[in-house]
Design a protein around this ligand. Structure first.
Ligand code: AMP
Length: 425
């Protein structure tokens, strides 16, 4: 089977790495890809939003199956576009991806189907939003409605900060994504990511993962795309997993089907585990990054067969096997990220680090020329380790990080701290 992966991040490197190992794989392509992905796939320089060029590539290279990584092309209808050209693709249609593409839609959807989520209001102008905030008081959360690359959410500790966030959403910085916003009750608890494969009606739960969104140690400072992750997440006990499936995931899939938006692809639910139980903070219509990297490290079954089963509507006949080990990812980012940062710094010793026990390094934003690797973005590498437990996986990951010579980069040194604390480590 000839396969094209669309995207260019660490998530897509991990997907390509897993797909390349499939017994079903023929030729593997990635567009636009990155320097590291070129090790496992033919990298083609086509933008993920250039639907016509991607369709042309599929025809030219006789591609049988497309795996769409990021949310932007999914929400813009890449899977529909490919289907219209007779090309099979993994991921939700645009009508289904709206679960991620509009936070307002997702909140109203939860309300319609009795799915637990924080109390909220939906607004298309600043004054009613601010009146709602003053009425509810702080802490309170302000969210731009559309896709904002993780930058559209403000968890405000006081009313003034929340009102400022409202003005920022409406000042145009998020483009069309800021035409509307959601104001939401602030929940206390621990966050966890839940992933499932969905084929329109059946749900196949993937294993759990937890990420670290904040840039600073102890989960402090501004939010990023994700500074590290680990799987499994000890907080998701079998009982809690069953509650998430029964109260959230299955009603979501049934509700989307009932509303004429059948959902197929990865359903990634961002959850807060509160005293009331699990509640939905957000839906995403794709794998998380860097959660995908740790899931791929633990998956023993054939990823390609699973993604095809989800696309063909036969997930009920499918099962997946996972390694018992813990996988942990440490993201290395360019100094200054998530603010301004420089590109182009050289990264040395990657090969040496990658040969350490249990280590696989996924590239998120690199260029490779003549064996010389340079940084080409904010989040640049995800150093992943497998270990018998969180402690071993973490020790191995940081050993590899310490071998990598990149003066222009940094990482958090405390990835996995919640899991270690919970496990008494
Ligand atoms: P979202 O993109 O909606 O998941 O929001 C990004 C991050 O903001 C989440 O991962 C949480 O850390 C935080 N957040 C979002 N909504 C809430 C909420 N209602 N209460 C507390 N924290 C939240």
């Amino acid at each position: 089977m000839n396969v094209l992966v669309v995207g260019s991040g660490g998530r897509e490197h991990a997907l390509c790495w897993s797909l390349a190992a499939s017994p079903l794989i023929g030729e593997l392509y990635c567009a636009p890809g990155n320097g590291g992905i070129a090790d496992v796939a033919s990298v083609i320089d086509i933008d993920a939003m250039d639907f016509d060029a991607l369709t042309g590539l599929c025809r030219a290279e006789a591609i049988d199956f497309v795996v769409v990584g990021p949310e932007a092309p999914l929400c813009a209808g890449l899977v529909d576009h490919l289907a219209g050209a007779g090309i099979k693709a993994f991921g939700p249609s645009a009508r289904a991806a709206v679960l991620e593409g509009s936070k307002g839609f997702a909140k109203d959807f939860c309300a319609r189907h009795g799915i637990p989520t924080p109390a909220y209001g939906r607004f298309d102008g600043p004054e009613p939003a601010k009146a709602f905030i003053r009425d509810r008081g702080a802490p309170i959360v302000v969210k731009a409605d559309g896709l904002a690359a993780g930058k559209g959410v403000t968890v405000a500790r006081d009313v003034a900060t929340a009102c400022k966030a409202v003005d920022q959403v409406f000042d145009g910085r998020f483009g069309a994504a800021g035409a509307e916003l959601v104001v939401e009750e602030c929940l206390a608890g621990e966050e966890v990511s839940f992933f499932a494969l969905v084929d329109g009606s059946h749900v196949l739960a993937l294993t759990s993962a937890q990420d670290h969104k904040a840039v600073g140690e102890g989960d402090t400072g501004p939010n990023t795309g994700g500074m590290g992750a680990y799987s499994p997440a000890p907080i998701l006990t079998p009982d809690l997993t069953e509650r998430v499936l029964a109260e959230i995931v299955r009603p979501t899939v049934a509700g989307m089907a009932a509303e004429g938006r059948p959902y197929a692809g990865v359903l990634f639910v961002g959850l807060m585990i509160t005293a009331r139980g699990p509640e939905v903070l957000e839906f995403n219509c794709r794998f998380g990054d860097p959660e995908c990297q740790v899931l791929c490290r633990r998956l023993k079954s054939d990823l390609l067969a699973a993604l095809v089963a989800a696309t063909d509507g036969v997930l009920d006949k499918f099962d997946l096997r996972w390694r018992d080990d813990t996988a942990l990812a440490v993201v290395m980012a360019a100094n200054g990220y998530p603010g301004a940062y420089a590109k182009g710094g050289e990264i040395a010793n990657l090969k040496l680090a990658g040969e350490l026990p249990g280590i696989t390094i996924f590239h998120a934003a690199t260029q490779v020329q003549g064996g010389r690797v340079t940084a080409n973005g904010g989040r640049v590498l995800a150093v992943t380790a497998l270990g018998e437990d969180v402690q071993e996986a973490r020790d191995r990951a940081y050993q590899a990080v310490d071998v990598i010579d990149w003066p222009g980069g940094f990482c958090r040194r405390d990835i996995g701290w919640r899991a270690l604390e919970r496990l008494g480590g």
